[in-house]
Design a protein around this ligand. Structure first.
Ligand code: SAM
Length: 281
């Protein structure tokens, strides 16, 4: 039973964190011509009108993408400037932030003829919305379980693989399932670049995921956390957004750290960014 709907949260601080990381990594990957398979295991619907009742209910975008968009003409980090320009391309009127694009849109932007994109979505309604989005012919929208789908695709036919795993973590078991799939993926494709999003909750369910992957034998994992409020400030709810980047392209950690520091300052106190290596470097 899937009850999570991303439309309630689209454009929040965690989306900015996740999609800026995805944008940066995919831009690094574009420096080489060799084909890439992108797999998005939990795609969502792809594009979210911010005027929709779901987005208006919690208004999470007002403490996420909106302050970043408002400051876009003064961005000091090149990555942030380029990300905001790309965000403008998703708007019917480029000067007005009316929509927030999800991971299928961000991946669709970097897709070249030689690449492949596979988008998995298990919620029938979300999948229907996703099917209505304009995407290139080499982007496949698949109604089904993304973790199982990813396993079935391995090894991929292209020389390079980039995976985004962005579950809703509605079940506690998902942390273990995700760790198993990441281990399986890296065993089949040692050089795969994997971006794994996780929430930081007071119950600290993510801790076992970190321990599991730190002990997995994977050689390089960069860990980035965008903290919205202090850990002890509430007994429930996400206080920070976490991102693991496995096998990050060289230099991406520094580029992202600088951009996330700028994002944190735009979101205002007590927001801050912590970047460090879980494994390697
Ligand atoms: N990645 C999207 C983005 O960045 O715009 C947001 C994804 S949202 C956090 C999680 C999505 O995963 C939801 O749309 C949910 O319906 C879907 N989902 C949940 N379990 C799934 C599964 N096992 N396989 C594929 N999709 C799943």
């Amino acid at each position: 039973m899937l009850s999570y709907q991303h439309a309630y949260h689209a454009g929040n601080f965690a989306d900015v964190h996740k999609h800026l990381a995805l944008f940066s990594v995919s831009n690094y990957l574009l420096r080489k011509k060799s084909p890439i398979t992108y797999i998005d295991t939990h795609a969502g619907r792809g594009l979210y009108p911010l005027s929709a009742s779901e987005s208006q209910r919690l208004q999470e975008h007002s403490h996420g993408v909106e302050p970043v968009w408002q400051a876009r003409h003064n961005a000091s980090q090149q990555l942030l400037d380029e990300w905001c320009r790309a965000l403008g391309d998703a708007q019917p009127d480029k000067a007005v932030l009316s929509h927030y694009p999800g991971s299928p849109w961000w991946l669709g932007q970097v897709l070249r003829e030689q690449d492949v994109l596979r988008l998995y979505e298990l919620h029938p309604g979300e999948h229907r919305h996703l099917s209505e989005q304009p995407l290139a012919n080499n982007a496949a929208r698949i109604f089904g379980d993304g973790l199982e789908g990813l396993k079935r695709q391995l090894p991929v036919t292209t020389p390079r693989l980039c995976v985004l795993i962005d579950p809703s973590f509605e079940r506690k078991d998902e942390y273990r399932e995700v760790a198993e799939v990441v281990r399986f993926t890296l065993a089949k494709a040692r050089h795969a670049v994997v971006l794994l999003w996780y929430p930081l909750l007071p119950a600290a369910h993510h801790a076992a995921l970190m321990d599991n992957l730190a002990a997995s034998g994977i050689r390089k994992i960069w860990r980035s956390e965008l903290v919205q409020r202090p850990k002890g400030s509430a007994t429930h709810g996400m206080y920070a957004s976490g991102m693991l980047i496995i096998n990050p392209p060289w230099g991406v950690d520094e580029t992202l750290s600088a951009a996330f520091d700028e994002v944190a300052s735009l979101l205002g106190e007590p927001c801050c960014h912590r970047g460090r290596w879980l494994v390697g470097e």
